[in-house]
Design a protein around this ligand. Structure first.
Ligand SMILES: *Cc1c(COP(=O)(O)O)cnc(C)c1O
Length: 355
């Protein structure tokens, strides 16, 4: 069989492995590979989804109701809020709106798997700054990596997949060093799980007000349990967010997603309870792993990092054999989401057998 001639693909795109979703969990397996919320949706959220949505009509392109609600929550004008189909979409929108050929996008590594493709798709160049030996952002080195060509710096706190946060003081010192015309994206996808008192909180501290080059990203996918509906948001200077509104694909946020997000904000107290259960499980999981001798960084998110290094594939295979779907990063380590109560014991049992 001869290969058909295919349309020419940009070489930097063709060189990337296409996104393939992790394995789907079998009936007895725990899916701990995507940092999802293990709880069933709240009844009030399901009810909101059932209220008749005119699905023959387009949604409200500006998600005005959700933006107004978030604006109230954080004490900002609706224009200082941008909503999209997941905060990954907003990352793409902001990078497309600020960086192009010849420009640089600085981010920590290892960090969120979606980051490397952001500069690439925009035609820009990614600059990876290694984490410290404690699996934390090295903000001094990241500030040092900023050049005349830098358009964006991404800071992920808590860092996916390793877990540690950036502190308020560290972030303040970092922002002071980065030129004001360079966009800083503070990706706080796991903010609701943070319990460390010194952690940066971009919204609580209103960093975006003092520094118009800082945009804070949050999502309904993790703590709020709406990963399947796709909705996330950004808070920042309205003119910076306009760049994301311009580059974004219009009408991506469905009415169902918008409604479920509003219902979730209305159910804040119930969701907080669930979050504290996950935080308790996280504490138990980290404590158990450390007691076994694993060097687990202090995760402030809903996942933990096992720095298995060269043994990563072997360790991942052992979890897999025990029907635990985890997320291995070959040669580096394994990210395990904090899931159902029974999954914690199973993870600890497998981890113990490996030492
Ligand atoms: C999960 C995650 C996101 C958001 O995902 P969406 O589902 O697109 O909102 C953003 N950043 C990081 C670091 C994440 O882990």
């Amino acid at each position: 069989m001869t290969e058909p001639t295919l349309p020419r693909i940009r070489p930097e795109i063709a060189a990337l492995p296409p996104y393939r979703q992790g394995k789907q969990a079998g009936p007895d397996a725990f899916k701990l590979s995507s940092n999802e919320n293990p709880f069933e949706p709240l009844p009030s959220v399901l009810e909101a989804l059932q209220t008749t949505t005119p699905i023959n009509r387009y949604p409200d392109a500006s998600a005005a109701a959700l933006r107004a609600r978030l604006g109230e929550k954080y004490g900002v004008e609706p224009d200082a809020v941008h909503v999209a189909a997941g905060s990954v979409s907003i990352l793409h929108q902001l990078v497309l709106g600020t960086a192009s050929v010849g420009d640089e996008v600085v981010y920590a590594w290892r960090s969120f798997e979606a980051y490397p493709s952001l500069p690439l798709v925009a035609g820009a160049t990614g600059v990876q700054v290694p984490l410290t030996s404690g699996a934390r952002h090295d903000l001094d080195a990241m500030a040092d990596a900023v050049t005349d060509r830098t358009r964006v710096v991404i800071v992920c706190t808590p860092n996916n997949p390793t877990g540690p946060v950036v502190s308020s003081a560290e972030f303040a010192a970092f922002v002071a060093r980065v030129p004001q015309d360079v966009l800083i994206i503070l990706d706080e996808a796991y903010a609701e799980f943070v319990t460390a008192p010194d952690a940066v909180d971009g919204l609580g501290e209103r960093v975006f007000e003092r520094h118009p080059n800082v945009v804070v990203l949050r999502t309904f996918s993790k703590a709020y349990g709406l990963a399947g509906l796709r909705v996330g948001y950004a808070i920042g200077h309205p003119r910076v967010l306009d760049a994301a509104r311009t580059t974004g694909i219009p009408l991506s946020v469905t009415s169902a997603a918008e409604r479920a997000a509003i219902a979730s904000l209305d159910a804040e107290a119930e969701l907080r309870e669930r979050i504290s259960v996950i935080v308790e499980r996280r504490t138990r999981l980290i404590g158990g792993l450390r007691a076994q001798g694993w060097q687990v960084p202090d995760s402030q998110a809903n996942f933990v990092w096992l720095p298995a290094g060269e043994r990563t594939d072997e360790v991942a295979a052992a979890f897999d054999a025990a029907d635990l779907i985890v997320r291995p990063f070959s040669g580096d380590g394994i990210r395990i989401s904090v899931g159902e109560e029974e999954s914690i014991d199973r993870v600890l049992a497998v981890a113990k057998s490996l030492l």
